[in-house]
Design a protein around this ligand. Sequence first.
Ligand SMILES: Nc1nc2c(c(=O)[nH]1)N[C@H]1C(S)=C(S)[C@@H](COP(=O)(O)O)O[C@H]1N2
Ligand SMILES: [Mo]
Length: 363
Amino acid sequence: MTMSSTPRPAALIVRQASPPNLEMPFHTLDERITSGAGHYVRSHFPAPELNAQDWRLRLGGLVDSPLELSLEDLKAMPPHTLTATMECAGNGRLYLSPRRPGVQWDLGAVGTAEWTGVRLSDVLERAGVTPGALEVVLEGADCGTLTDPGRTPGEIHYARSLPLSKALDDVLLAYAMNGQPLTRDHGFPVRAVVPGWYGMAAVKWLTTLHVTGTPYQGFFQTVDYSFWAFRDGLSPQMVPINAMLVKAQIARPAPHDAVKADSSCEVTGAAWTGNGNVTRVEFSGDGGQTWADAELLDAPQPGVWRRWRALWQTPAQPGPVTLLARASDSAGRTQEDGYDAGRGGYMINFPLPITVHVQTGEA
Ligand SMILES: Nc1nc2c(c(=O)[nH]1)N[C@H]1C(S)=C(S)[C@@H](COP(=O)(O)O)O[C@H]1N2
Ligand SMILES: [Mo]
């Protein structure tokens, strides 16, 4: 299904030129699947230049037989294709006040793609995971040093771990995006895809899998991409960011657009969650005083956003107006107002205020 007033594909917005950190102009949201060229890029280090012939995936640690697989080996295994919405955990950081350090993402560090590759569980089964295994560490070929949000202990590789249960469930080692080989920016030749989780888990330029019996404590698991969780009535604990929180975003009208007074305005957007399906999207054209249900345009599909639309009767009075959207999911969660500072600039899922300007006459 195509949304009405189809926008032209637009270039990505450059938030940082090198390494490339690029976001989709979210007001161009159109098809459910984002084009490869329209999908945001989030990289901490310069993209390594790997070639398909020499690339190897090494699997070691708590396994019966360590593996070394070529791209051909992977492609000889049963292929699987899945669609996943991936949001950077810092998406929407621009809406935090006071400003938090990090890339100042607007609405576009999110996208949906169809990924093809092999199941991580098939690779793990081939090696034979031994008793006592707890996590799988995924490491990329990219490396460097950072000073923000903390100083790295010299040069490090990008790496994240997954609990064994997630690794054996639905994680893909993908070599294709929307039917094409991965581009360099998206992790050529192979990256992980972790359905329902924020993007930081989807390790690009994957070269190493290591099965461990203790929780991995790497930089991107602790210093970065962790948050203070309040659990069991205890003092807050640092927990690695994992599943995406429920969230709706408005695509059109775009922030600061002019809209015609006393008219019917179509509002469109998308909503996603890491826990089941989005079941409801509500829209407010008056800064949250009143809400009405939006229409969901896509069938439910776990891990994939649903586009939505609402018809908004604009006020007769000219002036600025705040639009809001709020989603709920099948896990019974609804976006909450306010931002928990313990999230440290990540997991920004309060309803984002989109200001538009109502104009009389020629809007
Ligand atoms: N090796 C490696 N993998 C990585 C990253 C990285 O910097 N290096 N960034 C992560 C983050 S924070 C996100 S949001 C996603 C972005 O994937 P994309 O660039 O394909 O959109 O990749 C993840 N995987
Ligand atoms: Mo991210």
